[in-house]
Ligand binder design. Sequence first.
Ligand code: NAP
Ligand code: GDD
Length: 336
Amino acid sequence: MSEHGAGSEGRRTALITGITGQDGLYLAELLLAKGYDVHGVIRGQNNPKRDLVETLLPDVTLHAGDLTDMSSLIRALRDSDPDEVYNLGAVSFVAYSWENAAHTADVTAKGALTMLEAVRLHCGDDPRRVRFYQASSSEMFGKVEESPQHERTLLWPRSPYGVSKVFGHHMTINYRESYGMHASSGILFNHESPRRGPEFVTRKISQAVAAIHLGRQDELVLGNLDARRDWGFAGDYVEAMWLMLQQDEPDDYVIATGEAHSVRDFVTAAFGHVGVDDWSGLVRQDPRFLRPAEVDRLVGDASKARAVLGWKPKVGFDELVAMMVDADIAALKAGW
Ligand code: NAP
Ligand code: GDD
């Protein structure tokens, strides 16, 4: 690992896009704990998540900006002057990406290029002055060609989101190869937490199970119960992002647990955690939640990350499910 950056006060500076999201919050906490000066890009004229970030992370400096607006990114870079940039901002909900494919491409695909170009311009004569992390995704593997998936597995995306992530992934590699930038890409498999957005299946399940357990909801309505995902804990995964930027050489890494579970398994574990063994009368399937093209099974091989970064996940599947259900029960009881 290399010591880079660290200005006159011996403190490194990081700029995060997507700081209001699940990963942005965990990453900002991690970097603050490591002594970083942390900055984040926040979009919109009155972002409803600004209060959350300012309450949870009062030491973070926020800069108004949008991934579709190059000048706002250049200003955020100029005003924060970071050693490390983490590009986590994206339209990240796969189902939504069919309904808003062009917007998804603008933010998730072209936004990554816009950020890369802004960083390149900011670096001036020294392309390695700033280290760059791109949030790539296992969704890029889509109609998987082999299992488990690794860094050289063929990319066959199945959604506008997946296609957009492939563009950002290859642009990151291209900027590394064309300009010598320290640009790395983390191919992260699904990672969850109590901070996961309620539109994603794990949080939809944990919230519903908590509400059913407390007698406040009657049923849980889902789509495809057979899809399989490699689910890890977001807190573990942001550590891998940071480790990638501490390496002398930039590279691409798969980050995963190596274990696949079905949506049905997640439902069983979540209900099991509150003492319900037979949930058949509590869950209904609705074609509304099926996708035009499904990714049936994702499972990752993170052996490169383990060998080079020394990274491995700490939180297992059952612990993750229990953590999410417990957090949602506590939130409901507290009236949040
Ligand atoms: P998330 O909770 O959905 O957060 C997405 C973030 O992107 C939010 O902060 C959002 O800001 C921001 N954003 C959206 N549009 C933007 C725009 N036009 N300009 C600037 N920022 C914008 O996602 P996450 O789970 O934290 O994931 C972080 C990143 O990792 C994403 O790029 C995602 O695609 C990728 N990823 C996630 C997973 C996973 O399992 N979580 C796996 C692989 C890759 P607002 O709050 O203003 O909407
Ligand atoms: N959201 C949702 N809602 N998904 C459902 C539902 C439902 O009611 N019922 C079944 N599913 C299935 C989906 O069809 C999919 O196969 C699986 O549950 C997981 O869906 P999501 O939780 O929405 O996540 P995702 O795998 O599509 O995408 C997430 O992981 C990607 C990494 O592989 C997102 O975080 C992406 O941003 C990320 O890149």
